[in-house]
Ligand binder design. Structure first.
Ligand SMILES: Nc1ncnc2c1ncn2[C@@H]1O[C@H](COP(=O)(O)OP(=O)(O)O)[C@@H](O)[C@H]1O
Ligand SMILES: [Mg+2]
Length: 879
């Protein structure tokens, strides 16, 4: 084809997000959707001189002679796609990536690194998002012919798959369309930072200074009052420092942590490490960091200054680790370098420079950026310049205060903002050096913004202070509904608070909108709630609401759709706060009920030790603080957690006390549950006869109660005992029956339990191929990916089988990966129930000890994705 553009060309790649899912959902309708999609894209292409180079399935590859055409085409496509979504209700989201570079023509196609780069950038985008390379973004900014309502947002640097250097990525923001995406899904992306929700005012001087400090020191603490820009600076330093930390940059949010003992586990979470049974989590973290070059950003450390020694310990144990802390106070540990974050640069109000120079002052730049985000045509003029300068000076150059003021630019002119500020600010401006004064300025600015709210909005705002770590829309709606008195439509109210910069929102990976307040603003809200005398009341309203949430989640925890565990993960800080309030208020009964509802969540999402700690704290209160049935149920819950931690001695203590209690009050369901659980302990101890008998009793009671789901569990327990007794036909029959029930309940967990029995039976019978086929299939299921216990057990079963069929290397690697998962999760299926042999012993006469160590090490290093992909390898070779 001779009409391919030559020279400098802009490449566009597009691709439908989740096309496999759409195909499954729509079936035959998918072809029609694809036609619409092709027509929408081609219309935009023809209007903007795009040349279609290649189309494969739902992916387009297009070349443009000019950047302007490329960008305008992408924007038009996204607009038309949004319209299609509105009209059809079909979730058609397309990711797009643009890069501008040299065209290397290969026949009727292009080749070369620039095409490759464009494809990688597109792959990093989310559905609905348009990502641009720096080359493209740069030209866009100098191009005068962009469509109205389109602008470019700098997202920072990311490392993309197959590209040696990290890439600076930009997002095209198209007015009226979604703009708040999670960070680009770059593979192996080492940056684990919160998303950028708005434009950054470049503070290159501060960033460079902190970078220099960081090259000499290993612990830099950014100090200053709330709203100075500490967090923002720390994350931006993280973005530019990416090449110095090959193992990644991790952001650890401590704002919602009220108990300093949770600091190590919060760091562990940020690093995606899990708890490890009885072993202190700090050791897991230390081991992990020991050999890595990592930058940790610990945000809002003032909450937990008692934990400063933890930071010293980590630095001592991990020579490649560096830490940036943001805190209102310094840590006062050795080796720390404190960097007080200065306010944003202010011009001299007496001698104003010309407008262009003026707009380069950080504080003015910030005011303009934020004002434009609520009023796109806002401009700096000779008239308003002195007023805007005056506002920034009054606000001491404090970024948060400036944001709050600028957020009002939609309705108020700068002059009106200044007048109202003047009425409210308690101080005449002095150069903002003195910290207490800046603190006061900020509180005044928040207070000012608060005063401008209607009384109903003020109430809503105050109430929101009660949430920890953020909230979902339902949360406020329920509390508002319950309280009747909030008096505003919650969605309208939140929108106003967002436009006032008091609240922020983004979309989670699960597609929920999640709302947060900056720490300083939340403190103000809490203080107002206390001043209005409503604090204690709302704390209990909050606690009861989250107790209800836990109650609603409990029966659905194992549902195929995973909605509830995802939600509880998101709300974990609120759940913790609720439990804490029950404990503080002495409401032990309610606390026990809530914690009991949460235990399965703690189990499958790797919070075994934390769950155990909550239940222990609650059970330590005198018995008369709760009724016996509640207490016994909580004993079953804590027993469950200790069971998965493989602490069988404590488990027996808990289950036996529960059984005694249920028997003493004649609670049949409770008796059945305690027996069911004790049945496994007998099996672990090798007392198969006793186990059969006890599981049989539990099954009989559940049958009497016509409790279908628990009948299925009890049948499964009995099946496990029959496997041990080598009554395989009976075991298989019971397992299949239980599976039918689990299937009907869409219970993935129970389904897997049943399958486990069938796997054991096949293993005992030597049906290796069937075992491998089933473990591979189970390991690939989406619902399994977050269940460390299930995955490690399946990997272990597969490992033994791979060895049995003559693939010792593969078996050993799988076993090593499973072993690491057990460690990270802090537990797993009880080994005696799995009846497996030690894989290292099995291969001892095949490999030398060194070889075994080498393979084991390789397996332990594999990521979850890698190990799942590896488990799927079929065929004879032992690789
Ligand atoms: N350089 C900057 N560019 C844009 N916005 C900024 C900048 N610095 C701070 N802000 C904004 O000001 C507010 C307060 O900053 P933040 O970093 O949260 O302060 P701190 O951590 O000191 O409390 C935030 O909304 C933040 O986005
Ligand atoms: Mg902060």
């Amino acid at each position: 084809m001779s009409d391919l553009p030559t020279g400098t060309v802009t490449f566009l790649f597009t691709d439908i997000e989740g096309s496999t899912r759409l195909l499954n959902e729509l079936g035959d309708g998918f072809g029609e959707l694809l036609d619409h999609h092709h027509r929408i894209l081609r219309e935009a292409l023809s209007r903007h001189n795009g040349v279609e180079v290649g189309t494969e399935g739902d992916a387009f590859f297009v070349a443009f002679e000019t950047v302007t055409d490329g960008v305008n085409a992408a924007a038009e496509m996204q607009r038309a796609l949004a319209e299609h979504r509105d009209q059809s209700g079909v979730d058609l989201w397309v990711r797009m990536g643009l890069h501008t570079g040299e065209a290397q023509q290969v026949g009727d196609n292009y080749g070369g690194l620039d095409v490759h780069r464009a494809a990688r950038i597109s792959a990093a985008a989310h559905g609905g998002q348009v990502l641009l390379s720096a080359a493209t973004a740069h030209q866009v900014q100098v191009s005068p012919r962009l469509d109205a309502g389109v602008r470019v947002l700098d997202l920072g640097r990311f490392r993309l798959k197959d590209l040696a250097e990290s890439e600076q990525l930009f997002q095209l923001c198209i007015e009226g369309l979604r703009a708040d995406f999670p960070p680009p899904t770059a593979l192996g992306n080492p940056l684990h930072l919160p998303p950028r929700l708005d434009e950054f005012v470049d503070r290159s001087h501060e960033i460079r200074t902190i970078q220099t400090l960081l090259s000499e020191r290993r612990l830099v603490t950014l100090t200053g009052p709330g709203g100075t820009g500490k967090t923002r600076l720390a994350t931006e330093v993280g973005r530019v420092a990416v090449s110095d930390f090959p193992d990644g940059i991790f952001f650890v949010e401590l704002a919602a942590i009220f108990d300093f003992s949770l600091v190590p586990s919060t760091i562990a979470r940020a690093l995606s490490l899990r708890e490890e049974g009885a072993r202190p989590i700090i050791e897991t973290v230390t081991d992990y960091l020991a050999s890595k070059q990592i930058l940790l950003i610990l945000d809002n450390f003032e909450q937990v200054v008692e934990s400063a020694p933890v930071v010293s310990d980590l630095l001592r144990a991990a020579p490649g680790l560096k830490v940036i802390v943001t805190s209102r106070v310094s840590l006062l540990v050795s080796g720390e370098h404190e960097y007080p974050v200065p306010p944003m640069a202010l011009p001299d109000a007496q001698r104003l420079p010309d407008l262009e120079v003026l707009s380069e002052y950080e504080s003015i730049d910030l005011f303009l950026k934020r004002a434009r985000s609520v009023k796109p045509d806002f401009a700096l003029t000779g008239d308003n310049a002195p007023v805007i300068v005056e506002i920034c000076v009054r606000l001491d150059g404090l970024p948060l205060a400036i944001e709050l003021a600028a957020a009002r630019a939609r309705l108020l002119s700068p002059h009106e903002i200044l007048t109202r500020l003047g009425q409210s600010l308690s101080l005449l401006s002095k150069p903002g050096r003195d910290v207490p004064q800046r603190q006061r300025t900020l509180m005044d600015a928040i207070g000012w913004s608060y005063e401008l709210l209607d009384p109903e909005l003020q109430t809503l705002f105050r109430t929101l202070g009660v949430f920890r770590g953020g909230w979902a829309l339902d949360d406020v709606e329920s509390i508002a509904h319950r309280e009747g008195a909030l008096g505003v439509d919650v969605i309208d109210g939140l929108e106003s608070l967002i436009s006032s910069s008091l609240v922020r929102a983004w979309e989670t990976d699960e597609g929920e909108t999640w709302f947060v307040m900056l720490q300083t603003i939340r403190e103000f809200a809490l203080q107002s709630l206390a001043d209005s005398g409503e604090l204690q009341h709302f704390r209990m309203v909050h606690a009861r609401y989250f107790a209800d949430l836990a109650r609603s989640a409990e029966p659905e925890i194992f549902n195929d759709d995973q909605h509830w565990p995802d939600r509880l993960d998101l709300e974990h800080d609120n759940l913790r706060a609720a439990l804490r309030r029950f404990i503080d208020a002495g409401e032990i009964q309610e606390g026990l009920v809530m914690a009991t509802h949460l235990w399965r969540f703690w189990q499958i999402r790797s919070h075994l030790a934390e769950g155990r700690a909550w239940l222990t704290a609650l059970l330590d209160f005198p018995k008369n603080k709760s009724d016996p049935a509640t207490r016994a149920a909580a004993l079953i819950a804590i027993g469950g957690l200790t069971y998965w931690q493989n602490d069988f001695a404590m488990t027996r203590v808990h289950y036996e006390e529960a059984l005694d209690t249920f028997e003493s009050i004649g609670d049949q369901r409770g008796i059945a549950e305690a027996l069911y659980n004790l049945g496994f302990l007998f099996l672990i101890d090798g007392d198969t006869k006793r186990s059969l008998e006890i599981h049989g009793r539990s099954l009989a009671i559940y049958r009497d109660l016509e409790d279908e789901l628990n009948v299925a569990y009890a049948k499964w327990g009995l099946a496990m005992a029959y496997v041990r007794d080598r009554e395989l036909d009976e075991a298989a029959r019971l397992a299949r029956e239980s599976q039918d029930t689990f299937e009907r309940h869409r219970n993935w967990y129970g389904r897997m339990l049943g399958e486990f029995v069938l796997l054991q039976i096949d293993r005992i019978a030597g049906n290796h191929d069937r075992v491998l086929a089933l473990t591979r299939e189970i390991l690939e299921r989406p619902e399994m990916q977050k269940d460390a216990v299930g995955i490690s057990s399946m990997l272990e079963v597969q490992a033994n089988t791979e060895i049995a069929v003559g693939r010792p290397r593969r078996g050993l690697k799988l076993a090593a990966a499973a072993d690491r998962m057990r460690t990270e999760h802090g537990g797993g299926a009880p080994p005696p129930l799995l009846e497996l042999e030690d894989p290292r012993a099995l291969v001892a006469d095949v490999f030398s000890e060194d070889t075994i160590e080498g393979i084991w090490f390789e397996g332990q290093q594999m990521s979850l994705e890698e190990i799942i992909a590896y488990s799927q390898k079929d065929g004879e070779s032992d690789e």
